[in-house]
Design a protein around this ligand. Structure first.
Ligand SMILES: Cc1cc2nc3c(=O)[nH]c(=O)nc-3n(C[C@H](O)[C@H](O)[C@H](O)COP(=O)(O)OP(=O)(O)OC[C@H]3O[C@@H](n4cnc5c(N)ncnc54)[C@H](O)[C@@H]3O)c2cc1C
Length: 404
């Protein structure tokens, strides 16, 4: 008998875990709160560990990437206080050369990977369905499920529940306790959305960065898609930010930044069919699983957007869960222990790094803004020199030659 797992959430973590479980010989069933699959989303930089996970999950061939053709710092512009632009290092110039994608590109690749292929059955997905209660027993876990459309409730037993339902995870709240116990304070807000087209007077795939103390506007360019925008700011009063409309709030927060770029981004915000406006947190937990319930992705360790590693870690976490279950087929405790032991150092490292990266996204003071600018200028020069040296170096000798 194949073991059955309930995976809660049809995001990157949920689909990665479901494919990993299927590879391990399990039968996963995904439930998703939304009535249908989402598409699009914001810019995501996918790092080598995430790309390796797409290969492990067998979906690398489905992943569409959108990196603009350029040298490091070749198509990113930074704006000064007078609105003048100068070349800058951008998100994609980080070590590891991340792949530029929309969140929906990763989800679409995973979705294709969930289909049946003659060897494995397609993975069952139930939309508009949420868990209401989760009761763990010695041999199984009993879940009370609710269909949002009909209101119907029914119980079902599984061998494992995987909570992949994001930063404000219901599985975490039901099994591990209230959000306040796990969401750490970052005193920052974000708004991400797709621009209808590039900011006037910039090349289609350009990226643009305009930072001030405590406020920043980022435009992420793609090779073959309109850019996405990110507005981010620091504030101590998070509750207050949700009072009233996000558009009015953002207009007020960004008032005084009146370069053509920020004006265009704020005007586009008013027309945006979809936007993500939320507070920034990390999720910190001493342990990601109980006996038969495990959390993955943002539900377990949300690193937040400043880390740039959330999608990468969600892919890696889901793939690694499958590997651990495959290597410990008859011992769930051992599998979950091995999975967490293997993954935690990576998560801890990137959660820590996010504090410094936040300064790169949105400096905490004028002084930090100046330091950031100087540091990035130096890095850009170093990087350009490296590229020039690499270009001038003679080609490496062929490996098949005679060695002395
Ligand atoms: C603006 C922005 C930029 C980012 N940039 C990057 C980047 O450059 N690189 C990177 O690696 N990461 C980035 N991230 C982070 C990355 O997008 C996330 O970490 C990743 O998508 C998390 O995936 P997830 O599946 O864990 O959670 P989610 O994407 O939140 O998915 C959770 C799913 O669960 C569903 N759900 C929620 N509650 C329930 C319920 N009760 N029942 C059933 N279903 C439920 C939701 O509808 C959703 O489909 C960025 C994030 C943001 C916001």
């Amino acid at each position: 008998m194949r073991k059955r797992a309930l995976v809660v959430g049809l995001g990157i973590a949920g689909m990665s875990a479901a494919i990993g479980l299927r590879q391990a010989g399990w039968t996963p069933v995904i439930i998703e709160r939304a009535a249908g699959r989402r598409a699009g989303g914001y810019f995501v930089g996918l790092f080598p560990q995430g790309r390796q996970a797409t290969a492990d999950l067998g979906i690398a061939g489905h992943l569409h990437t959108r990196n603009p053709e350029s040298e490091p710092g070749g198509n990113t512009w930074s704006l000064n206080r007078r609105g003048a632009r100068k070349p800058a290092l951008g998100f994609l110039d980080q070590p590891g050369r991340p792949a530029a994608v929309l969140r929906g590109d990763i989800e679409s690749a995973l979705w294709q990977g969930m289909a049946g292929d003659g060897v494995d059955d397609g993975i069952e997905v139930r939309f508009a369905t949420t868990p209401v209660a989760i009761t763990e027993g010695a041999a199984e876990v009993r879940v009370l499920l609710e269909n949002a459309g009909t209101g119907a409730r029914y119980r079902e037993n599984f061998d494992l529940v995987v909570g992949a339902d994001g930063m404000r995870s219901s599985v975490r709240r039901i099994v591990f306790g209230p959000h306040e116990d796990y969401l750490t304070k970052w005193n920052a807000m974000i708004c991400a959305f797709q621009l209808p087209e590039q900011v006037p007077s910039y090349e289609a795939s350009d990226s643009i960065i305009e930072t001030r103390s405590k406020r920043a506007v980022w435009v992420f360019g793609f090779a073959d898609h309109a850019p996405t925008a990110l507005l981010t700011y620091r504030t101590k009063d998070i509750q207050e930010q949700f009072a009233g409309s996000p558009v009015e709030r953002l207009r007020s927060v960004f008032s005084g930044m009146d370069s053509p770029v920020t004006r265009y981004v704020l005007d586009s915000l008013e027309q945006a069919p979809e936007l993500l406006f939320d507070s920034v947190h990390q999720v910190k937990m001493p342990r990601w699983s109980t006996r038969r319930v495990v959390l993955v992705g943002d539900a377990a360790w949300c690193m937040n957007l400043y880390s740039g590693m959330g999608a990468t870690s969600a892919l890696r976490g889901g793939a690694a869960l499958g590997t651990a279950l495959r290597e410990h087929p008859d011992d769930l405790d051992a599998a979950l222990d091995a999975w967490e032991t293997g993954l935690r150092p990576f998560i801890t490292k990137h959660q820590r790094a996010a504090r410094l990266k936040q300064q790169m996204f949105v400096p905490s003071s004028r002084r930090a803004a100046v330091l950031r600018s100087v540091a990035l200028d130096v890095l850009r020069k170093v990087r350009r020199r490296q590229v020039a040296t690499e270009a001038a170096a003679p080609p490496a000798p062929a490996l098949s030659g005679t060695r002395r």
